[in-house]
Structures are given as structure tokens and as C-alpha cells.
Ligand binder design. Structure first.
Ligand SMILES: CC(C)(COP(=O)(O)OP(=O)(O)OC[C@H]1O[C@@H](n2cnc3c(N)ncnc32)[C@H](O)[C@@H]1OP(=O)(O)O)[C@@H](O)C(=O)NCCC(=O)NCCS
Length: 143
């Protein structure tokens, strides 16, 4: 029997999603991962396409696609990880990038998540580096 919850994903712009996506990002990155709070929101939010995942009415995950093909700020609330939310979010952002004709997607992956992104065709490029106090690895996906 498939016990996966029904996940819906919406794509939109920051003014529409800020109130729902910001608390998810702060819980995951600031509270849980101790990323400095002043790094969490930046000037790229205003120009990005944002994805918001919901289970029922509850916002449970978010991510963004920058105009230059960077995917970032992928965050799923801890209680909802491992239920396919991250996969639905990432696929929605990849589909949107393809719809926009972007030939190449790039992301800065926390090293613990390399396997997650690899499932979607992202390939590590270069060395591991530190960003916001956490080890990261650049990954690239070509069409
Ligand atoms: C990384 C993250 C977004 C994944 O979201 P998730 O909802 O737990 O992922 P899913 O349940 O959709 O997993 C999709 C598939 O990837 C696999 N997967 C998930 N996390 C993985 C990981 N860290 N390493 C390897 N595989 C992973 C799952 O097993 C699943 O495989 P399946 O389809 O065979 O069952 C989530 O763990 C998260 O928010 N982490 C904290 C914030 C963070 O570190 N974000 C990444 C910043 S680069």
C-alpha cells in the first residue's frame, strides 16, 4: 500500500510566498543548521521563481530557481523529510527551468545532500568548500 502523503507544489514569486516560505527557511537553516539569520533572505529572492510544497494546508517545504539557473534554499521541515516532498519540489523547479529553456542548472549542495541531488542528474563539479559554516559541493545538471 502506498502511504505517501498527497503533496501539492505551487510555483510563484516572492511577494506571494514570502509569508509561508520564510518560516520554513528559518526553522530549517537558522534554527536547525545554525546558518546566520542575516544570510537567510537575500536580494535573489525578489528575482527568483519560488516553489512551495503543501501537505493539506500546511506549507512543508520550499526552494527557489534563480534567473541564471541556480537552484537553492531547498528546505523541507524535519518532520516531513523522507516522504517525497524534496523530490516534488526539486522536480517542479527542474521542470520550470526546462520550460524556460535553461540549458544548465547549478546548485551549491550541502555535502550530506549530494545523493539526493544525484538522483535528479546533478553531478559534482570541483572541490568541497565552506559556505555559511557548512561543507558544500557545486553540482551541475545539463539537459
Ligand atoms: C535535502 C532535503 C531537501 C531532501 O528532502 P526530502 O523531502 O527529505 O527528500 P525526499 O523524501 O523527497 O527524497 C527523495 C529521494 O532522495 C533520497 N534522499 C533524500 N535525502 C537524501 C540524502 N541526504 N542523501 C541521499 N538520498 C537522499 C530519498 O531516499 C528519496 O529516495 P526514493 O525516491 O528512492 O525514496 C531535506 O533533507 C532537507 O530539507 N534537509 C535540510 C535542509 C538542507 O540541507 N537542504 C539542502 C541544502 S543544499
Amino acid at each position: 500500500m502506498n502511504t505517501r502523503p498527497v503533496i501539492t507544489v505551487q510555483l510563484g514569486e516572492w511577494p506571494e510566498f514570502a509569508a509561508l516560505a520564510t518560516p520554513i527557511r528559518f526553522r530549517v537553516f537558522v534554527d536547525e543548521q545554525k546558518v546566520p539569520a542575516d544570510m537567510e533572505l537575500d536580494e535573489f529572492d525578489a528575482v527568483s521563481c519560488h516553489a512551495l510544497a503543501l501537505i493539506g494546508d500546511e506549507p512543508v517545504g520550499t526552494g527557489r530557481l534563480l534567473p541564471d539557473g541556480h537552484i537553492g534554499r531547498m528546505a523541507v521541515l524535519a518532520d516531513w523529510r523522507g516522504h517525497g516532498v524534496g523530490a516534488v519540489l526539486l522536480q517542479a523547479l527542474i521542470d520550470e527551468a526546462e520550460r524556460r529553456g535553461m540549458p544548465r542548472l547549478v546548485l551549491s549542495a550541502q555535502t550530506h545532500a549530494l545523493g539526493f541531488y544525484a538522483r535528479f542528474g546533478f553531478v559534482p563539479e570541483g572541490d568541497v568548500y565552506e559556505e555559511a559554516g557548512l561543507p558544500h559541493q557545486a553540482m551541475v545538471r545539463r539537459r
